[in-house]
Ligand binder design. Structure first.
Ligand SMILES: Nc1ncnc2c1ncn2[C@@H]1O[C@H](COP(=O)(O)OP(=O)(O)OP(=O)(O)O)[C@@H](O)[C@H]1O
Ligand SMILES: C[C@H](N)[C@H](N)CCCCCC(=O)O
Ligand SMILES: [Mg+2]
Length: 203
């Protein structure tokens, strides 16, 4: 059986949800966002569900639905709860499971447990979403180093947005991690463009 795919990013707002939607549609896999911070009426699960056309993918409920749009450890504290990592258990499914993280790898779920620890706990392999901006080489290589240090398998990097061949080549050559493709800036984000964008990813 496949390991779950964990979509993380070099930061927050980098395009994890958009790329998760493209992958869920391409692979017809299930989707699960274990921790949602804020935007509960327009959660990442709702966004992906709206962008996916196939009828095979199952959308599993979040384990933690936090009302405030902050780092999960802080959102949980405001809601008067603590996130207990032992309660975050992957849903049972016969289909492949794609998991979307919150923010980047070193985002805290509580005072001792980070998103990167959750990836390890769930025995997942990583797809890292990167974006080309000045400073992104540093953020991308640091993310890969942290994953390597913990022995977490990395399926590859997907670049999101404008192309920068020099940056992309440097990162993939230095890290020796697969370049799985690049999603251009989509002028319209809807079911059609999400289904079509699967062509940009080799997986
Ligand atoms: N390639 C793209 N073309 C057009 N719009 C994009 C693209 N990538 C991301 N966006 C838009 O940028 C915004 C942020 O993207 P997204 O929600 O996927 O980020 P995220 O990494 O999932 O954020 P979070 O950390 O909150 O989960 C969204 O409005 C999304 O639709
Ligand atoms: C609320 C937001 N959209 C994300 N889901 C959470 C981002 C946490 C980032 C924390 C940090 O790295 O400082
Ligand atoms: Mg998201």
């Amino acid at each position: 059986m496949y390991k779950p795919l964990f979509v993380t990013g070099i930061g927050t707002d980098i395009g994890k949800t958009l790329i998760s939607a493209i992958l869920v549609e391409k692979l017809k896999c299930d989707y699960w966002k274990p921790v949602q911070s804020g935007e509960l009426d327009n959660s990442d699960t709702i966004k992906v569900q709206r962008l996916v056309s196939n009828e095979v993918s199952v959308f599993h409920p979040e384990t933690y639905r936090l009302t405030q749009p902050y780092s999960p450890h802080k959102s949980a504290a405001i809601d008067g709860i603590g996130i207990d990592e032992k309660t975050i258990i992957a849903p049972k499914t016969d289909n492949r499971l794609l998991i979307e993280g919150a923010g980047g790898l070193m985002v805290p779920l509580n005072n001792h447990f980070l998103v990167i620890d959750l990836i390890k706990q769930l025995n997942a392999e990583v797809i890292l979403v990167s974006q080309n901006y000045l400073g992104s080489i540093n953020h991308t290589i640091l993310s890969i180093e942290a994953l390597k240090q913990r022995g977490i398998p990395v399926k590859g990097i997907i670049f999101n947005g404008d192309e920068n061949t020099s940056t992309e080549e440097y990162i993939t050559t230095y890290t020796q991690i697969n370049h799985l493709g690049r999603i251009p800036v989509l002028t319209t984000v809807d079911k059609n463009t999400i289904a079509d964008a699967g062509k940009y990813i080799s997986l």
